[in-house]
Structures are given as C-alpha cells and as structure tokens.
Design a protein around this ligand. Sequence first.
Ligand SMILES: CC(C)(COP(=O)(O)OP(=O)(O)OC[C@H]1O[C@@H](n2cnc3c(N)ncnc32)[C@H](O)[C@@H]1OP(=O)(O)O)[C@@H](O)C(=O)NCCC(=O)NCCS
Length: 184
Amino acid sequence: MNLIHPIQTARTVVRAADAGDARRLLRYRVENREHLAPWEPLRESSYYTLEHCVQALAEACEAMRLDRAYPFLALDHAGEQVLACFTFANVVRGAFQACHLGYSVAASRQGQGLMHEVLDAALPWAFRQLDMHRVMANYMPRNERSGRLLERLGFEREGYAKRYLQIAGTWEDHVLTAKIRGAD
Ligand SMILES: CC(C)(COP(=O)(O)OP(=O)(O)OC[C@H]1O[C@@H](n2cnc3c(N)ncnc32)[C@H](O)[C@@H]1OP(=O)(O)O)[C@@H](O)C(=O)NCCC(=O)NCCS
C-alpha cells in the first residue's frame, strides 16, 4: 500500500511509484528510449520489458520501505500516462539527512516547464515529510537544460567531479549542485 499522498500540480498528479504502474512505466521507457539514452547508463534490452518494470517497481517499494530511495511518477490528471519521473535516491540519515535527486521528462513534454512544475511541488515534500536537510543533483556540463532547471529550482553549484558517473557507456564529468532546506 502506498502511504505517500499524491500531490496535485497544474498539469500532473505526482505520486510514489507502486506495483500497479508496470505497464505505464514500460510505455514511458519504450517511448523515451532515444530521448533518454544520452543521459542515462547503458540499458540492456531486457530493460524494455514488462518483467523488468515489475521487478523495478517491486524494488522501488522495498527501497521506500527501507527508507533508502523514493521513486516518483508524475502522471496526467487521468492517472494514465507517465509524463515525468524522479527519484530521491541514496537517502542517508544521521548527521547528513541528504539524498540525490534524479529526473527526466517525456520527450513530448520537454521544454514546457513541466519538470520545474513537478519538482517545485516535490522538493518541499522532501524537505518536510522526508525530513531532508540537503538534496543533491548532479548534471553533465553539456546538459544545459538540466543545469538551467536546477538553477531555477534554487540549487547551488558546489563543485565539479571528474569522470563521476558512467553515462551511455562513458565516465562523464558532472557539475555537483545542492539545495539546502530553508536556504531560500
Ligand atoms: C532535463 C529535463 C528534465 C528538463 O525538463 P524540462 O521540463 O524541459 O525543464 P523545465 O521544466 O526547466 O522547462 C524547460 C523550458 O521550458 C520553458 N517553459 C515553458 N513554459 C514554462 C513554465 N510555465 N515554467 C517554466 N519554464 C517554462 C522554459 O523557458 C525552459 O526553457 P529553457 O530550458 O530553454 O530555459 C529534460 O530535458 C530531460 O528529461 N532530459 C533528459 C533526461 C535528463 O537529462 N535528466 C537529467 C539528468 S541530470
């Protein structure tokens, strides 16, 4: 059972991913395969199967139960189509109270301010309900769209990490940014 309440935004319903989302998630993965490939790790062909989505959602529910990661979907108001995805991942408690944020929007919705709308609603949730002190988000220098999005959301640049993540098969440098609770 999903105990995280949905958040309504102007164009979406934002809620935690759950076991019933496999077909919706598969459609998002398949339709956005080429759009997302330059910005994500290499995917096996099995990634684009219903089985893989079922498994990923089971792991997502377990990760939430263990307070390790919180994967979300932003759906259209009918609750049918996935318009964007994001995850508060790598949750660390204790003195750190921090996590990493990863996100993507459907190719058909890019450039319309949708990711901003969704994350602008979700970040206060992460700071209040998840009790995060710091949300970190990192992007490749050539991903200018992502950099501008983070800046508009109030993330501040904290550093530059060489060969930080393996994206599309290559170890890529990343700009490190973070948003701190109550900083704006
Ligand atoms: C990065 C990504 C999530 C940005 O999503 P997006 O919805 O296009 O981003 P935004 O919400 O910031 O909107 C972007 C544009 O919409 C325009 N826009 C239109 N209406 C808007 C509105 N109401 N509010 C805000 N912006 C609006 C803005 O001018 C902005 O243009 P700009 O980026 O040229 O300045 C998306 O490009 C994506 O999924 N990329 C592939 C995956 C990826 O890179 N993930 C991140 C890895 S770090």
